[in-house]
Every structure is written in C-alpha cells, then in structure tokens.
Ligand binder design. Structure first.
Ligand code: HEC
Ligand code: HEC
Ligand code: HEC
Ligand code: HEC
Ligand code: HEC
Length: 212
C-alpha cells in the first residue's frame, strides 16, 4: 500500500492546536501587557546612608540639578555625585553635624557613600538621559517634584506602557531647552507642538530602539 500521509502526520492537528494555543497565550500576554495599568515600583523610597535632602539643596537653596548630576546632558546616565562634590561646601558648612561627619569619613577613607538606587530599568531596556534632555523633556516629567522631596521617591512607573505613552504624544511634555531642570515650569501642549516640529523629534515605537 502506498503511504500518502506518513504516520507522523497524525500528530499535525495536535501540533497545530498546540501552536495556536501558544500563539493565543502570547497575544493575550502582549495585549495584557500593553493595556495593563502601570504596575511597578511607584512609591519606592529607600532609606539612604546619609540623610541628604533634595528639598533643602534643590528646593530651598535652589541648586541646579546639573551641579550634581553632571552627566545628564552628556550620556545615558545622570550619575550620582561623588563625595568630592559635597565637600565643595561641606568642607566648611555644618562640619559638626553627624550626617556631615559621615561625609568627612567617606572623604578621608576614599570609600564612596553607598547610595541606594531608587530608579532602575531592567538590563534589557535601553535608556539615555542626554537624548531626552536635549529634546526638551524636563526632569520633572519623569521624576516629579524632586525639589519637594526630603527623600527621593519614584513617582512614575517607568514601565514600557509609560515610555510609549509619551513617545506617542510627546508634545504634552516638551519645554524650552533652558527649562529642563526648572521644577516649577509646566509644559504647554500648544507650545509643545511647535517644539516637536522645530526640533524634528521622532520618539521611536519600534522594539529595537529600546531593546537592543
Ligand atoms: C547637591 C547635589 C544634588 C543636587 C543639586 C541634586 N541632586 Fe539628585 N541626588 C543627589 C544625591 C547625593 C543622590 C543619591 C541619594 C538620594 O537618592 O537621595 C541623588 C539622587 C537623585 C535621584 C534618584 C537616583 C536613583 O537612585 O534613582 C534623582 C531622580 C535625582 N537625584 C534627581 C535630581 C533632580 C531632578 C535635581 C534638580 C531638581 C537634583 N537631583 C539635584 C544629589 C543632588
Ligand atoms: C553649594 C553648597 C552645598 C553643596 C554642594 C552640598 N551642600 Fe549639603 N548643605 C549646604 C548647606 C548651606 C546646608 C545647611 C542649610 C541650613 O541648614 O541652613 C546643607 C545641609 C546639609 C545636610 C543637613 C545637615 C544637618 O544635620 O542639618 C546634609 C545631610 C547635607 N547637606 C548633605 C549633603 C550631601 C550628601 C551633599 C553632596 C551630594 C551636599 N550636602 C552638597 C550646602 C551644600
Ligand atoms: C524621559 C524620562 C526621564 C527624564 C526626562 C529624566 N530621567 Fe532620570 N531617570 C529616568 C529613568 C528611566 C531612570 C532609570 C535608568 C536606568 O535604570 O537605567 C533614571 C535615573 C536617574 C538617576 C539615577 C541613575 C543614573 O542615571 O545615574 C538620576 C540621578 C536621574 N535619573 C536624574 C535625572 C535628572 C537630573 C534629570 C533632568 C536633568 C532626569 N533624570 C531626567 C528617566 C528620566
Ligand atoms: C515624557 C516623554 C518621554 C518619556 C516618558 C520617555 N521618552 Fe524616550 N523619547 C522622548 C522624546 C521626545 C524622544 C525623541 C528624541 C529625538 O527624536 O531626538 C525620545 C527618544 C527615545 C529614544 C531614541 C533615542 C535613543 O536614545 O536612541 C529611546 C531609545 C527612548 N526614547 C527610550 C525611552 C525609554 C526606554 C523610556 C521609558 C523608560 C522613555 N524613552 C520614556 C520622550 C520620552
Ligand atoms: C520606548 C521604549 C520601548 C519600546 C519602543 C518597546 N519597549 Fe518593551 N520594554 C520597555 C521597558 C522600559 C521595559 C521594562 C518595563 C518594566 O520594567 O516594567 C520593557 C519590557 C518589555 C518586555 C518584558 C515584559 C515583562 O513583563 O517583563 C517585553 C516582552 C517587551 N518589552 C517587548 C517589547 C516589544 C515586542 C516591543 C515592540 C513592539 C517593545 N517591547 C517596544 C521599553 C520599550
């Protein structure tokens, strides 16, 4: 007898059904993921080894973010300042306070202060500060009113849906370039439209932009 369908083909329906179930699950996952409320770590505010206050330094004293986060316009990471930067003032300011003594100890020993990371993307997601800052997206759009925080707290989800929400409608978040660190400035969508075309901005939505 001629074998038209070899025996293994009996398994095809099962395989097809399996593949369909898998594809279905995948689609469900993607849809769920896409539209799910922004999960993640909003509210995370770890205790830091030195009680440094943004409210005091950036708020009351009005220091610019870039005085300490020196790489924020130059590369992917904003960077946390070295003890050296604090010592510009605290070599002489409030030297008798316990918190400042910790800084002096770190400075003398050369052992950096072990600041606890607050915001953190998984390794498979790529993010670059300088691109966003040069496009005119302010720190406040992603980090909130840091100048009012005693302790830094994550206020935005940093989820994929959150990234894409702005990439689809960036005009709501664009500001004059000299206002990127201004915590009081509120972006105006009308003005944002013109920044979008003037600056020729194209926030990507394709996967490989953020997953390289
Ligand atoms: C005097 C220096 C100084 C200034 C000025 C300053 N920061 Fe910071 N910043 C720090 C230090 C130190 C830390 C790490 C300790 C902490 O999280 O509080 C930090 C942490 C942060 C973090 C959290 C980092 C993480 O681990 O995820 C953000 C976001 C941040 N700063 C934003 C800002 C913004 C926005 C401004 C301007 C409004 C600003 N900073 C001004 C020193 C500074
Ligand atoms: C431009 C100067 C300047 C820089 C730079 C600076 N500070 Fe300060 N800091 C001050 C002043 C001024 C005060 C006191 C304000 C007051 O109480 O009147 C202060 C207060 C503090 C206090 C409160 C101390 C207490 O017991 O009241 C801490 C903690 C502190 N700074 C940590 C830091 C750290 C950490 C850095 C570096 C990331 C830093 N400062 C960088 C000027 C500075
Ligand atoms: C478009 C959103 C966005 C803007 C605008 C933005 N940040 Fe961030 N920031 C992030 C994300 C996302 C992370 C976490 C990055 C990671 O884990 O790779 C982060 C992390 C940080 C950190 C800690 C880690 C690091 O990069 O060294 C600091 C400090 C910081 N931001 C400061 C700032 C300051 C200051 C500004 C404004 C000049 C700013 N950011 C503007 C999204 C933003
Ligand atoms: C508040 C608005 C806003 C948010 C939030 C935002 N972006 Fe963007 N992003 C932009 C704009 C505007 C551009 C366009 C820059 C250009 O065309 O020069 C951009 C460009 C980019 C680019 C392309 C440039 C490059 O670095 O290769 C990447 C990648 C990117 N964003 C990743 C992210 C990720 C990851 C997140 C979330 C963690 C995020 N963005 C959140 C506004 C935002
Ligand atoms: C604008 C930047 C951006 C783009 C574009 C983007 N992603 Fe993501 N994606 C992220 C970030 C940021 C995370 C991490 C979110 C988190 O930590 O919650 C992520 C997470 C994921 C995850 C992991 C989900 C999980 O729960 O662990 C998958 C899968 C994924 N992305 C797939 C995709 C696919 C497929 C595309 C293209 C259709 C895409 N991404 C486009 C930024 C982006």
């Amino acid at each position: 007898m001629t074998v038209i369908f070899p025996k293994w083909t009996n398994k095809i329906p099962t395989l097809v059904a399996g593949a369909a179930a898998f594809a279905g699950a995948f689609v469900t996952f993607v849809v769920w993921y896409w539209f799910s409320p922004k999960n993640t770590d909003v509210g995370y505010a770890p205790v830091q080894p030195v009680q440094y206050s943004h409210k005091l330094h950036a708020g009351v004293m009005g220091m610019d973010c870039r005085y300490c986060h020196q790489n924020v316009e130059r590369g992917p990471r904003a960077t946390i300042p070295t003890t050296e930067t604090c010592m510009n003032c605290h070599k002489t300011v409030l030297t008798d306070r316990p918190e400042i003594k910790k800084l002096h100890a770190a400075h003398t020993s050369g052992e950096p202060v072990q600041w606890v990371k607050v915001h953190m993307l998984p390794d498979y997601a790529y993010f670059d500060h300088s691109v966003h800052v040069h496009a005119g997206v302010g720190c406040a759009s992603c980090h909130g009113r840091i100048d009012q925080q005693e302790v830094v707290r994550q206020v935005e989800p940093l989820s994929m849906g959150w990234c894409l929400e702005c990439h689809r409608e960036p005009e709501n978040h664009l500001r004059p370039l000299d206002k990127v660190t201004d915590m009081n400035f509120v972006p105006d969508p009308k003005q944002g439209e013109s920044f979008l075309s003037e600056r020729n901005l194209h926030p990507p939505e394709h996967c490989s932009a953020c997953h390289r």
